[in-house]
Design a protein. Structure first.
Length: 238
Protein backbone atom coordinates (compact mmCIF):
# COMPACT_ATOMS: atom_id res chain seq x y z
CA UNK A 1 0.00 0.00 0.00
CA UNK A 2 2.82 2.42 0.87
CA UNK A 3 4.71 1.66 -2.38
CA UNK A 4 1.58 2.23 -4.42
CA UNK A 5 1.01 5.60 -2.72
CA UNK A 6 4.57 6.68 -3.55
CA UNK A 7 4.13 5.58 -7.17
CA UNK A 8 0.93 7.60 -7.44
CA UNK A 9 2.64 10.67 -5.95
CA UNK A 10 5.55 10.32 -8.38
CA UNK A 11 3.18 9.98 -11.33
CA UNK A 12 1.28 13.10 -10.25
CA UNK A 13 4.54 15.05 -10.02
CA UNK A 14 5.48 13.95 -13.54
CA UNK A 15 2.09 14.98 -14.89
CA UNK A 16 2.36 18.38 -13.18
CA UNK A 17 5.80 18.92 -14.70
CA UNK A 18 4.54 18.07 -18.19
CA UNK A 19 1.62 20.46 -17.71
CA UNK A 20 4.00 23.27 -16.73
CA UNK A 21 6.12 22.63 -19.81
CA UNK A 22 3.07 22.73 -22.08
CA UNK A 23 1.88 25.97 -20.49
CA UNK A 24 5.32 27.55 -20.93
CA UNK A 25 5.46 26.54 -24.59
CA UNK A 26 1.99 27.94 -25.17
CA UNK A 27 2.87 31.26 -23.55
CA UNK A 28 6.07 31.44 -25.57
CA UNK A 29 4.17 30.72 -28.79
CA UNK A 30 1.67 33.49 -28.08
CA UNK A 31 4.36 36.10 -27.48
CA UNK A 32 4.55 38.73 -30.19
CA UNK A 33 8.06 39.42 -31.30
CA UNK A 34 8.58 43.18 -31.50
CA UNK A 35 9.52 44.73 -34.83
CA UNK A 36 13.24 44.15 -34.81
CA UNK A 37 15.26 45.27 -37.79
CA UNK A 38 17.67 42.37 -38.26
CA UNK A 39 17.31 38.57 -38.11
CA UNK A 40 20.10 38.46 -35.55
CA UNK A 41 18.19 40.78 -33.23
CA UNK A 42 15.06 38.70 -33.59
CA UNK A 43 16.93 35.50 -32.82
CA UNK A 44 18.56 37.10 -29.77
CA UNK A 45 15.16 38.27 -28.50
CA UNK A 46 13.60 34.82 -28.87
CA UNK A 47 16.60 33.19 -27.18
CA UNK A 48 16.39 35.60 -24.26
CA UNK A 49 12.66 35.02 -23.75
CA UNK A 50 13.15 31.25 -24.00
CA UNK A 51 15.91 31.37 -21.38
CA UNK A 52 13.74 33.37 -18.98
CA UNK A 53 10.77 31.01 -19.21
CA UNK A 54 13.04 27.96 -18.99
CA UNK A 55 14.58 29.35 -15.82
CA UNK A 56 11.18 30.03 -14.28
CA UNK A 57 9.97 26.54 -15.16
CA UNK A 58 13.03 24.86 -13.67
CA UNK A 59 12.75 26.98 -10.54
CA UNK A 60 9.11 25.97 -10.06
CA UNK A 61 9.90 22.27 -10.53
CA UNK A 62 12.87 22.34 -8.16
CA UNK A 63 10.88 24.22 -5.52
CA UNK A 64 8.16 21.60 -5.68
CA UNK A 65 10.68 18.77 -5.48
CA UNK A 66 12.37 20.40 -2.47
CA UNK A 67 9.08 20.46 -0.60
CA UNK A 68 8.06 16.92 -1.57
CA UNK A 69 10.64 15.04 0.59
CA UNK A 70 9.74 17.17 3.62
CA UNK A 71 6.05 16.41 3.17
CA UNK A 72 6.78 12.69 2.80
CA UNK A 73 8.94 12.72 5.93
CA UNK A 74 6.20 14.40 7.95
CA UNK A 75 3.63 11.98 6.60
CA UNK A 76 5.94 9.09 7.52
CA UNK A 77 6.05 10.48 11.06
CA UNK A 78 2.28 10.11 11.33
CA UNK A 79 2.51 6.53 10.15
CA UNK A 80 5.27 5.74 12.65
CA UNK A 81 3.19 7.26 15.43
CA UNK A 82 0.10 5.25 14.45
CA UNK A 83 2.05 1.98 14.41
CA UNK A 84 3.61 2.65 17.80
CA UNK A 85 0.26 3.73 19.26
CA UNK A 86 -1.34 0.50 18.03
CA UNK A 87 1.41 -1.62 19.58
CA UNK A 88 1.15 0.32 22.83
CA UNK A 89 -2.62 -0.08 22.95
CA UNK A 90 -2.33 -3.83 22.47
CA UNK A 91 0.23 -3.99 25.28
CA UNK A 92 -2.03 -2.00 27.63
CA UNK A 93 -4.85 -4.48 27.05
CA UNK A 94 -2.64 -7.53 27.57
CA UNK A 95 -1.10 -6.08 30.73
CA UNK A 96 -4.52 -5.08 32.02
CA UNK A 97 -5.73 -8.64 31.56
CA UNK A 98 -2.64 -9.87 33.37
CA UNK A 99 -3.46 -7.54 36.27
CA UNK A 100 -6.85 -9.20 36.61
CA UNK A 101 -5.06 -12.47 37.18
CA UNK A 102 -2.01 -11.43 39.19
CA UNK A 103 -2.90 -8.32 41.20
CA UNK A 104 -3.50 -8.49 44.93
CA UNK A 105 -4.60 -4.91 45.52
CA UNK A 106 -8.20 -4.12 44.59
CA UNK A 107 -7.32 -0.67 43.22
CA UNK A 108 -4.71 -2.24 40.94
CA UNK A 109 -7.21 -4.79 39.63
CA UNK A 110 -9.74 -2.05 38.92
CA UNK A 111 -7.09 -0.02 37.14
CA UNK A 112 -6.18 -3.04 35.01
CA UNK A 113 -9.81 -3.51 34.01
CA UNK A 114 -10.02 0.15 33.07
CA UNK A 115 -6.98 -0.26 30.82
CA UNK A 116 -8.66 -3.16 29.03
CA UNK A 117 -11.91 -1.24 28.50
CA UNK A 118 -10.46 2.13 27.49
CA UNK A 119 -7.70 0.84 25.23
CA UNK A 120 -10.02 -1.59 23.47
CA UNK A 121 -12.12 1.43 22.57
CA UNK A 122 -9.16 3.62 21.57
CA UNK A 123 -7.63 0.82 19.48
CA UNK A 124 -10.87 0.59 17.52
CA UNK A 125 -10.81 4.35 16.93
CA UNK A 126 -7.18 4.17 15.81
CA UNK A 127 -8.03 1.45 13.29
CA UNK A 128 -10.73 3.67 11.78
CA UNK A 129 -8.33 6.61 11.55
CA UNK A 130 -5.60 4.44 10.00
CA UNK A 131 -8.06 3.07 7.46
CA UNK A 132 -8.86 6.61 6.30
CA UNK A 133 -5.15 7.35 5.89
CA UNK A 134 -4.34 3.98 4.26
CA UNK A 135 -1.98 2.94 7.09
CA UNK A 136 -1.49 -0.73 7.97
CA UNK A 137 -1.36 -1.39 11.71
CA UNK A 138 0.36 -4.28 13.53
CA UNK A 139 -1.62 -6.91 15.40
CA UNK A 140 0.94 -7.57 18.15
CA UNK A 141 2.85 -5.54 20.75
CA UNK A 142 6.49 -4.70 20.09
CA UNK A 143 9.49 -6.55 21.55
CA UNK A 144 10.00 -4.08 24.37
CA UNK A 145 6.42 -4.38 25.62
CA UNK A 146 6.56 -8.15 25.21
CA UNK A 147 9.64 -8.23 27.47
CA UNK A 148 7.76 -6.13 30.04
CA UNK A 149 4.81 -8.51 29.87
CA UNK A 150 7.04 -11.56 30.29
CA UNK A 151 8.73 -10.01 33.31
CA UNK A 152 5.46 -9.11 35.04
CA UNK A 153 4.01 -12.54 34.31
CA UNK A 154 6.65 -14.02 36.61
CA UNK A 155 5.49 -11.91 39.57
CA UNK A 156 2.54 -12.34 41.91
CA UNK A 157 0.67 -10.43 44.59
CA UNK A 158 2.29 -7.35 46.08
CA UNK A 159 5.40 -7.67 43.89
CA UNK A 160 3.28 -7.63 40.78
CA UNK A 161 1.19 -4.70 42.01
CA UNK A 162 4.22 -2.51 42.62
CA UNK A 163 5.98 -3.34 39.35
CA UNK A 164 2.82 -3.07 37.22
CA UNK A 165 1.70 0.27 38.61
CA UNK A 166 5.18 1.74 38.32
CA UNK A 167 5.34 0.67 34.68
CA UNK A 168 1.92 2.22 34.02
CA UNK A 169 2.99 5.57 35.47
CA UNK A 170 6.10 5.76 33.30
CA UNK A 171 4.37 4.39 30.22
CA UNK A 172 1.57 6.94 30.36
CA UNK A 173 3.99 9.80 30.96
CA UNK A 174 5.75 8.81 27.73
CA UNK A 175 2.44 8.35 25.88
CA UNK A 176 1.18 11.80 26.87
CA UNK A 177 4.34 13.40 25.48
CA UNK A 178 4.12 11.49 22.17
CA UNK A 179 0.38 12.01 21.69
CA UNK A 180 0.79 15.71 22.50
CA UNK A 181 3.45 16.09 19.82
CA UNK A 182 1.30 14.32 17.21
CA UNK A 183 -1.74 16.43 18.16
CA UNK A 184 0.29 19.61 17.58
CA UNK A 185 2.41 18.72 14.55
CA UNK A 186 0.67 15.80 12.79
CA UNK A 187 0.14 16.07 9.01
CA UNK A 188 -2.54 13.45 8.43
CA UNK A 189 -5.82 14.79 9.75
CA UNK A 190 -7.35 11.51 10.92
CA UNK A 191 -4.27 10.46 12.91
CA UNK A 192 -3.76 13.95 14.31
CA UNK A 193 -7.40 14.10 15.47
CA UNK A 194 -7.11 10.66 17.05
CA UNK A 195 -4.09 11.80 19.07
CA UNK A 196 -5.85 14.97 20.24
CA UNK A 197 -9.05 13.11 21.18
CA UNK A 198 -7.18 10.36 23.07
CA UNK A 199 -4.92 12.70 25.05
CA UNK A 200 -7.46 13.47 27.84
CA UNK A 201 -8.00 9.74 28.40
CA UNK A 202 -4.26 9.15 28.76
CA UNK A 203 -3.99 11.98 31.28
CA UNK A 204 -6.83 10.43 33.27
CA UNK A 205 -5.00 7.07 33.16
CA UNK A 206 -1.82 8.67 34.51
CA UNK A 207 -3.75 10.19 37.38
CA UNK A 208 -5.40 6.84 38.15
CA UNK A 209 -2.05 5.03 38.00
CA UNK A 210 -0.55 7.46 40.50
CA UNK A 211 -3.54 6.99 42.79
CA UNK A 212 -3.14 3.22 42.57
CA UNK A 213 0.55 3.57 43.41
CA UNK A 214 -0.38 5.69 46.41
CA UNK A 215 -2.86 3.05 47.58
CA UNK A 216 -0.02 0.53 47.70
CA UNK A 217 1.92 2.78 50.06
CA UNK A 218 -0.91 3.52 52.51
CA UNK A 219 -1.11 0.12 54.29
CA UNK A 220 2.60 0.24 55.15
CA UNK A 221 2.30 3.77 56.47
CA UNK A 222 -0.78 2.86 58.50
CA UNK A 223 0.89 -0.15 60.09
CA UNK A 224 3.93 1.91 61.05
CA UNK A 225 1.77 4.63 62.59
CA UNK A 226 -0.08 2.08 64.74
CA UNK A 227 3.09 0.45 66.09
CA UNK A 228 3.70 1.83 69.62
CA UNK A 229 7.12 3.22 70.37
CA UNK A 230 9.13 1.12 72.84
CA UNK A 231 10.24 4.15 74.81
CA UNK A 232 6.67 5.29 75.32
CA UNK A 233 5.69 1.84 76.53
CA UNK A 234 8.50 1.72 79.04
CA UNK A 235 7.59 5.14 80.37
CA UNK A 236 3.97 4.14 80.89
CA UNK A 237 5.13 1.02 82.75
CA UNK A 238 7.09 3.13 85.20
Amino acid sequence: MQLRDLQIQLRLQQLKEKLRQIQLKERLRQLRVPQLKTPVAKAAYVAAVTAVFTFLGCWAVLAHQDNAPTERMRSAGDEKFAIKAAQGGIAEIKLGELAQEKAQNDAVRKFGQRMVDDHTKSNHELKEAALKEHISLPAEMDKKDQATYDGLAKLNGAEFDKAYVQDMVKDHQDDIAEFGTEARTGQRDAIKSFAADTLPTLKAHLKAAKEARLSLMKPAETSRSKTPKKSSAKQSGR
